[in-house]
Design a protein around this ligand. Structure first.
Ligand code: AVJ
Ligand code: FE
Length: 430
C-alpha cells in the first residue's frame, strides 16, 4: 500500500465524520440518548467517545496541546462503565457532543498540518491518524448495529446491493504449503495484525461463498435448532438459555420467514449470506453440514495467498483498494449482497465475497501472533487476548474500507449476534 499523504489523511478523517453525522443526524434527540438494547451504548455515547478518542491521541498525544475537556475523559472510557450503565451517566447532550467533536476536529486538522509524519513511530505512515479514522469507522459500524436494534420506522436508506449474476457454489481446494500471515508493512495495520509470520497450512477445502439464507433455512427445516447432535455442549446450553430458533431479527409468518431490517420488514432473500448468527449457531450448522468452520489461518490463506507468486496480497483481488466492484463495504448498501455479486472481488483460486457482506466467524480463539508487541495501547487488543472471544474476518456491509483488509482481525463473544456476522464452512482433506 502506498503511504497516505496529509491530503489523503485529511480526506479520510472528513469521510469518516460524514458517516458519523449521517448515522446520528438520522434520528432525533430521544433516539440519540435512549438505550435501544442493553448490548449497546446510547448513540450519543458513541458520538462523544469518538471525539474523546481523537482528543486523547491526536490533540493531546500527537499535538502536545492542552486538553479540550479533560473533565469528561472518565465518561467515555469504555473500561470505566459497562454499556448498560452508560445511559445513567451525565453524558454530553447531542448538541454539546456535536460541538465537542467539531472543536476537537479543528485542532486535530491543525495538528496534522503542522506535524512531521516521520517524527516518531506513532506517526510513521500517518498511523496515529489512521488509527483514529479506523476507530471512528468501527464505532460507525457499532452505531449501525444500534440502528438495527432500534424499534420504529426506517430512518436510513440506501440503494439495493448488486444482483448475484455469477453462479458461485461448492468448495475450493487450497493446497498445502506455507504462506505469510499478518503484516509488517501495511502502514495502518493495527498491532494485532503484526508481525508477519510464515505458517505452514495443510491442504483444506473452503466454501466458495458464505452460507446463504437458503442453505441456513435447510438447517432450520431439518430441525437443526432442536437437535443437540449438531451443537457443542456450550452451544446447546446457550441455545436453550437464549431460546434460539432462527437468526436474530427473523420471524415467521405461516410458512414464510421475514426479517426486520433498519425498520423495514422484508421476506428473507434466499441468495443472500445469512447474517446475525452467533458462533454457536455457525458451529452447529457446520457440524450438521458435515463440515467445520475455518481457522483464521485458513481464512487468511484463502483470502491472501497468490498461488502464482506465493505472495500474500492485501485483498483477495490484489493490492488495489476496495472499489464498489470488489466488495460490499462502507454502508453503501444496507444489506449483504447476494452470492455471486462480486466476481471482480474473488481470490485467484475462486473464493468469493471474503471481504464485505458479512463478518465471518472462524474457529480460532483471540490471541496475539508470535512476537506480538502492544502498539500503541494495550486496551485495544491485548487486554482481550485469552478471553472468551472468537475471531471474525473480512468485514461486513457496515464496515468501511479503511477498517478492513486481508489481515484485519475482529473478535467477539461467541454468543453475540447483534453484529453483522455470518460464516462460511471448511473441511479438512481426509
Ligand atoms: C475490534 C470491534 C472488537 O468495538 O469493541 C472500538 C473496536 N475498540 N473502540 C470494539 C474498538 C475500541 C472493537 N472491536
Ligand atoms: Fe472505542
Amino acid at each position: 500500500m502506498t503511504t497516505p499523504d496529509k491530503n489523503a489523511i485529511a480526506a479520510e478523517l472528513t469521510r469518516s465524520r460524514a458517516r458519523t453525522a449521517l448515522l446520528t443526524d438520522a434520528v432525533g434527540e430521544d433516539d440519540l440518548t435512549r438505550q435501544h438494547s442493553p448490548l449497546m451504548s446510547p448513540l450519543v455515547w458513541d458520538l462523544a467517545h469518538v471525539g474523546n478518542q481523537e482528543e486523547l491521541w491526536l490533540v493531546r498525544d500527537v499535538g502536545g496541546r492542552e486538553p479540550v475537556r479533560q473533565d469528561i475523559d472518565h465518561l467515555y472510557d469504555a473500561f470505566k462503565h459497562a454499556r448498560s450503565d452508560r445511559p445513567a451517566l451525565p453524558l454530553l447532550d447531542p448538541a454539546e457532543a456535536r460541538r465537542y467533536l467539531a472543536q476537537v476536529r479543528d485542532k486535530a486538522l491543525d495538528v496534522l498540518d503542522r506535524v512531521r509524519l516521520d517524527e516518531r513511530p506513532l506517526l510513521a505512515g500517518g498511523f496515529a491518524f489512521g488509527m483514529i479514522v479506523q476507530h471512528e469507522q468501527q464505532h460507525d459500524e457499532t452505531m449501525l448495529a444500534t440502528h438495527q436494534l432500534r424499534a420504529g420506522g426506517p430512518v436510513l436508506s440506501a440503494p439495493p446491493p448488486p444482483p448475484g449474476n455469477r453462479r458461485v457454489r461448492g468448495e475450493v481446494l487450497i493446497p498445502a504449503g506455507p504462506f505469510t500471515m499478518g503484516t509488517d508493512t501495511d502502514p495502518w495495520a493495527l498491532d494485532n495484525e503484526r508481525p508477519a509470520h510464515v505458517v505452514d497450512v495443510p491442504a483444506f477445502l473452503i466454501d466458495a461463498a458464505p452460507v446463504t439464507n437458503l442453505d441456513y433455512l435447510a438447517f432450520i427445516d431439518a430441525e437443526g435448532y432442536d437437535d443437540p447432535r449438531w451443537w457443542s455442549p456450550r452451544g446447546w446450553a446457550h441455545r436453550n438459555e437464549a431460546g434460539l430458533t432462527a437468526p436474530m431479527h427473523w420471524f415467521r409468518e405461516g410458512a414464510d420467514w421475514h426479517y426486520r431490517r433498519f425498520g423495514r420488514v422484508e421476506p428473507v432473500r434466499k441468495d443472500e449470506p445469512v447474517v446475525h448468527v452467533g458462533y454457536f449457531e455457525a458451529e452447529a450448522y457446520a457440524t450438521w453440514a458435515g463440515k467445520r468452520l475455518p481457522t483464521e489461518v485458513e481464512w487468511e490463506k484463502a483470502a491472501r495467498w497468490d498461488p502464482e507468486t506465493g505472495r500474500s496480497r492485501r485483498y483477495p483481488w490484489g493490492d488495489d483498494p476496495p472499489g464498489p466492484e470488489h466488495a460490499n463495504l462502507g454502508q453503501r448498501h444496507l444489506a449483504p449482497a447476494p452470492v455471486g455479486a462480486y466476481p471482480a472481488g474473488a481470490s485467484p483460486l475462486g473464493v468469493h465475497q471474503l471481504i464485505g457482506d458479512v463478518w465471518e466467524w472462524t474457529s480460532s480463539d483471540w490471541h496475539g501472533y508470535p512476537g506480538f508487541c502492544v502498539f500503541p495501547y494495550a486496551e485495544y487488543s491485548e487486554v482481550f487476548f485469552g478471553g472468551d472471544y472468537k475471531v471474525l474476518r473480512g468485514g461486513s456491509f457496515g464496515t468501511d474500507a479503511a477498517a478492513v483488509r486481508g489481515t484485519f482481525r475482529n473478535w467477539d463473544h461467541p454468543i453475540r449476534r447483534q453484529i453483522f456476522s455470518g460464516f462460511r464452512c471448511a473441511r479438512s482433506l481426509a
